[in-house]
Design a protein around this ligand. Sequence first.
Ligand SMILES: [Fe+2]
Length: 127
Amino acid sequence: MSYEKGFSLKELNKPKDWTNLADMAKKHAPIIDAPRKVQAKEPFTVKIKVGGIDGVEHPNTLGHWINWVELFAGERLISRMEFEPEMCDGYVVILSIAMNETTTLRARAFCNLHGVWEGREKKVIVE
Ligand SMILES: [Fe+2]
């Protein structure tokens, strides 16, 4: 990340070097957990956890919290979840979805102070 403060409010924040993450990325990047292979039209579980990488959790206060998480299949937004400050712990979302074809899942999270963050893509192969 080349931004002076380690984040941008105007552009998408997306870590490039996952072997050397800054704490700012560790607490904001959404991590997708999903099966590598699924059956067509059969529901499977997708878990998205925002931050918490290496134990670096994001704050959850009235002044600073993760406002929402979005899940994309390819370029298409398929789900959006909102969090209330101080009302939820750990920023974890679990979804059940079914796909018709192989796709690449992407998750984005928005922090009211540090902008929009995208984590690693997760390819799901539909057999
Ligand atoms: Fe933040």
